[in-house]
Design a protein around this ligand. Sequence first.
Ligand SMILES: Nc1ncnc2c1ncn2[C@@H]1O[C@H](COP(=O)(O)OP(=O)(O)OP(=O)(O)O)[C@@H](O)[C@H]1O
Ligand SMILES: Nc1ncnc2c1ncn2[C@@H]1O[C@H](COP(=O)(O)OP(=O)(O)OP(=O)(O)O)[C@@H](O)[C@H]1O
Ligand SMILES: [Mg+2]
Ligand SMILES: [Mg+2]
Lengths: 257, 257
Amino acid sequence: MKTWAVANQKGGVGKTTTAVSLAGLLALQGRRTLLVDMDPHGSMTAYFGYDPESVNPSVYSLFEQGADADQVRGAILPTGVEGMDLLPASTALATLDRQLGARSGMGLLIRNALSRVADEYDSSFLDCPPMLGVLMVNALAACDQLLVPVQTEYLALKGLERMLHTLHMIQRSRSQELAYLVVPTMYDQRTRASVDCLGELRRRYGDNVWSGAIPEDTQFRDASKRGKPLTVLHPWERGSQAYRKLLDALLDETATA
Amino acid sequence: MKTWAVANQKGGVGKTTTAVSLAGLLALQGRRTLLVDMDPHGSMTAYFGYDPESVNPSVYSLFEQGADADQVRGAILPTGVEGMDLLPASTALATLDRQLGARSGMGLLIRNALSRVADEYDSSFLDCPPMLGVLMVNALAACDQLLVPVQTEYLALKGLERMLHTLHMIQRSRSQELAYLVVPTMYDQRTRASVDCLGELRRRYGDNVWSGAIPEDTQFRDASKRGKPLTVLHPWERGSQAYRKLLDALLDETATA
Ligand SMILES: Nc1ncnc2c1ncn2[C@@H]1O[C@H](COP(=O)(O)OP(=O)(O)OP(=O)(O)O)[C@@H](O)[C@H]1O
Ligand SMILES: Nc1ncnc2c1ncn2[C@@H]1O[C@H](COP(=O)(O)OP(=O)(O)OP(=O)(O)O)[C@@H](O)[C@H]1O
Ligand SMILES: [Mg+2]
Ligand SMILES: [Mg+2]
């Protein structure tokens, strides 16, 4: 199983949309994919029609009660898309940092949980909340590669630098490399600021930026109402086509990884 | 001094943009406004050209070292807009929840800090991070009214209900009312989903939703590059005009509050 974490401390950049879109494409190709919602706000869980306030078991209960194979399998839900399952988030995740506090050793919980079901899925996507904390530490430890969606706008560039600096520090303390790919999102080629930002991203981050960009596409908003990924509902839409190209690039890399 | 907190656990809905835009309008009217950045990602601090990684003192140092009048005044920075000052965020705020853990009594720190400078400003805006935690508890305790920017898209509606439920609970434990106003943002009247969502928001939340809506306007992205609010740079832009109407509604209410 190959695991991608999708993260950015900046909010509303397309993290959930990226995870759901890529998983939808893999499901269409007949691969089994596990989506993991690590966001206390539970956007992905709500996307597939579940209620983060009442869903139980969930990612949170794995922290609370342990994550052996039965507990992990017991928390997994169907998404209504063949081959795509969900490990849901509960709103109680918002209390995790306060509860765990300085207690160490909880940084590998998600990685261990995923290893219990690794032979049942081809890939998994971890949807991260817009914050740096114990959930982020878990996602970094559990993933093979980090995808960082970045809106093509000026302030987002500054925030990216700071965040990558922090993530490098977390990985260094575990003597691990940070394997990341920046994914430009909500790109609007008619807006000067968007075009300039994309150029700046490529100048600064070189090969760590995907060679394409996800275009601004209002169909993403509509798809969330239907509870299915846009890539499953309308595979020929501009937004879907862009995610297909991204997936091709990611699978290419996998082949050589 | 009247204090507004701008919050929503959903990311990227226009919290920072709302705080900066409203404060800019008040500054143009000759009123003194204090912006408080409570987001560990420091979007607002970076907006005005400061570095959240190195800025010190900051909101974080008030938690660490105390918030008497000198400490609060000592942390306030100019924004380059006459009459508008900034209490900056530092990236260290990301560790606050873990550090404070179950320690009680830190929920009133920001309210007490603001009271030290209340006679030097007409109004203040607290820009909250997209999370529920000790910073949110502080913002609720410190504000007279909560502004909740909500993107007019389907998933945002579900998330709003859950969040308001949690905020009501926090306020109830302090036997306080939750005074909030939902502000529809990024409204695109050409998109069916946007129009439907606005209608649904009004149906569900009645008078707790502002009667207007902030339109989708790419000029907001461009303004952040210039480090000035759009309402100061281009007061006649569609986006600025919408915030002017919102401010009128807020000041009307203040008059009767
Ligand atoms: N390429 C795109 N073009 C237009 N809209 C998009 C695009 N990608 C995502 N969106 C919309 O932008 C909003 C934010 O996307 P999403 O919720 O995926 O971001 P996020 O980073 O997961 O947010 P959060 O920080 O709250 O977790 C949603 O309304 C989504 O439908
Ligand atoms: N009305 C609008 N129309 C178009 N773009 C907007 C509008 N309001 C804000 N934006 C843009 O949307 C992005 C997100 O806005 P902003 O950073 O203010 O949201 P936020 O809720 O503060 O995000 P976070 O959750 O990360 O704190 C920014 O690029 C901003 O320029
Ligand atoms: Mg998300
Ligand atoms: Mg913000």
